[in-house]
Design a protein. Sequence first.
Length: 279
Amino acid sequence: MSPIPQIALTDGHRIPQLGYGVFKIPPEQTERAVTQALELGYRHIDTAAVYGNESGVGRAIAASGLAREELFVTTKLWNDRHDGDDPDTAVAQSLERLGLDRVDLYLVHWPTPAADNYVHAWEKLIGIRDRGLATSIGVSNFLPGHLQRLLDETAVVPAVDQIELHPAHQQPEVTAFCAAHGIRIEAWGPLGQGKYDLLELPEVTGPAAELGRTPAQVVLRWHLQHGHIVFPKSVHPERLRENLDLFGFELSDAQVAAIDALDRPGGAGRVGPDPTVLA
Ligand code: NAD
């Protein structure tokens, strides 16, 4: 299998473009799921404090015997930990659960604009990075107005913005803003979380039949060709294998354009929470 490409971040570090997301994997199943993923060749794990499964990720990492520098681990600061020095406590707790002395990427999980404390949370993440507890820092679910405030008030550019992004919800305003400022896009819910008929649409099944690939591989390949960083979630070994096997084929420009045309503007294709209202 071809190696997973590394994407350069603006802070000089690199991230594997493909990883494994563990949202909704129950804590008691996480060690086994991550062990399986590492055995198959995944080296980038995306978790979050709120997923409740950082300890399982940590146990799988410890048991893997892999060198720390071979792994890329992301976790996230939850919404009720933005204030005061709580981000410092929260990252220490995440590191403890993960059994690590640093994460590769630490994110502010949601902007929670009604609380108006995401700039403070970002300032705390800058300190966390400066103390070496996170190699890179970024944000998640931030819209252009939120990102602009971080740039205006701190002048530290997030390495990534992890946003809901799949064919029905492509968020062109966010991706344009990020492209203009060197912020890499991480696409969460890359398969639409299985919440709509994405994998049955002719724009997806057509190329799958032509290329002898599965619909999920076509959608994930569409993400990669757009430069998105993805970490699809599954606990089934055959799907984990399939989701890793994306580098031996390519979509044509026309196939990419047909999937691009599935976007439903104005948030109509969103399957997760609206970042402007999530508290
Ligand atoms: P996803 O789009 O990866 O969908 C996962 C679902 O897709 C699985 O439950 C399964 O039903 C299906 N699936 C996976 N592989 C498949 C295959 N090969 N064929 C057919 N179906 C397949 O959604 P997700 O898990 O929500 O997103 C991926 C990761 O993004 C998460 O695990 C998490 O790490 C991250 N995430 C972040 C946020 C955030 O707010 N930052 C929110 C949600 C998810």
